[in-house]
Design a protein around this ligand. Structure first.
Ligand SMILES: C[S@@+](CC[C@H](N)C(=O)[O-])C[C@H]1O[C@@H](n2cnc3c(N)ncnc32)[C@H](O)[C@@H]1O
Length: 353
């Protein structure tokens, strides 16, 4: 393939920088597109070589912003992947309401990470407003963040096109939007005031905050496995006990990082819930990797929730992961493993730390 201005080595080095710094990925087939997108930036900031962008971007925030604004893909729409919003209404919010009633704490803290222009963030808010009996009695903290400052500026305007609202129910649309011109619809002011938006690179340091629910969907698809794992571990640390993590199927976490997360199968989807460290569990170790895999399959099929834990294997061929299951589900798991002749090598009480 012919490239206009840069050598393959220069492009390769630049792509490494983009991947390392922002998680953005460009394969050689996309070099042409990359060149087209960065040419205007090079001109504006008087960069002659790609390495000039790397050097200048370290001290020039405007260059950094223009770079990520031109290279990120911000496609999104309201209620994208509706199953996640059904899970929020039918499974997550009922648990949060129950917790709030028991603890007399009506706070609910949600992060829509990689929210692009805010369609996901406002879809979450609308789902809350539609499902909390008295939303005004709740202390809702909802943050949308994205790497691209242009996308965040748009999120703050709360203005959307028909295309971005294509999946929204008509009655919901009428309740929460007003028309503001041709192909231009604005979210109502009172909703806009309930959300805050910020620019944040998920690969940088995050402010120390805790959430009950984190959405991060269609963001980490092209991250390296190492970045995916690091960011997922940080999401886990940013969740309250029993908090939920919703991500897209194509970026769902590799089981290496699932330690401390329970995998739930709801509305035909996997979502993750942080294990409550105060809850008691049983830790199941298996005789062979195939027993472990069969156990995972059975748990997934039957909807028993579980988490995975790294263990020191008894010998070289033994599995290096064990499964932990809440004490109250362990009788059911025992029964399922017995029926399927899955060999459990040990099953003992276990506390998460
Ligand atoms: C395709 S949009 C997805 C938007 C929304 N979550 C959804 O599912 O509709 C992906 C967003 O991820 C953002 N993104 C990519 N890399 C990021 C990073 N390192 N930190 C934060 N956001 C990032 C992009 O700017 C883009 O707006």
């Amino acid at each position: 393939m012919m490239h206009k201005r840069f050598s393959p080595n220069e492009l390769e080095e630049f792509c490494c920088y983009l991947k390392q710094e922002y998680g953005l990925s460009f394969s050689p087939e996309k070099y042409h597109q990359l060149e087209n997108r960065i040419s205007p930036i090079m001109q504006e900031f008087s960069c002659r070589r790609l390495s000039d962008i790397i050097i200048q971007s370290k001290r020039d925030i405007r260059l950094r912003q223009d770079l990520v604004n031109s290279l990120t893909t911000n496609e999104t729409w309201f209620f994208r992947h509706p199953a996640h919003f059904r899970i929020l209404s039918h499974h997550i919010l009922p648990q949060i309401k129950k917790r709030a009633a028991q603890s007399h704490d009506n706070r609910i803290k949600i992060w829509s990470a990689g929210c692009s222009i805010g369609a996901e963030t406002f879809s979450i808010l609308i789902t809350l407003l539609e499902n909390l009996e008295k939303p005004q009695d709740w202390n809702i903290s909802l943050i949308g963040s994205d790497l691209a400052s242009d996308a965040i500026s748009r999120a703050r305007t709360g203005v959307y096109s028909k295309q971005e609202l294509k999946e929204i129910d008509k009655s919901i649309f009428k309740r929460y939007f007003t028309s503001c011109g041709s192909d231009c619809y604005r979210i109502k002011d009172d909703l806009q005031k309930m959300v805050s938006f910020e620019t944040l690179n998920l690969l940088d340091t995050w402010p120390p905050r805790k959430f009950d629910i984190i959405f991060c969907r269609n963001v980490m698809i092209y991250f390296s496995e190492e970045h995916k794992q690091k960011v997922t571990d940080k999401f886990l640390a940013a969740l309250e006990d029993n908090g939920f993590y919703l991500t897209s199927a194509n970026e769902s976490i590799h089981w290496k990082t699932e330690s401390g997360l329970k995998k739930l199968f709801l509305e035909n989807e996997y979502v993750y819930q942080k294990a409550n460290i105060k809850e008691s569990f049983r830790l199941y170790q298996f005789a062979t990797p195939s027993d472990l895999l069969r156990a995972l399959n059975i748990l997934n099929q039957t909807g028993v929730t579980y988490g995975l834990e790294k263990i020191t294997a008894a010998h070289n061929l033994a599995p290096k992961r064990a499964i932990f299951i809440s004490q109250r589900d362990s009788n059911r798991a025992d029964e399922l493993f017995l029926l399927s002749a899955i060999k459990v090598s040990s099953n003992h009480p276990y506390k998460k730390n």
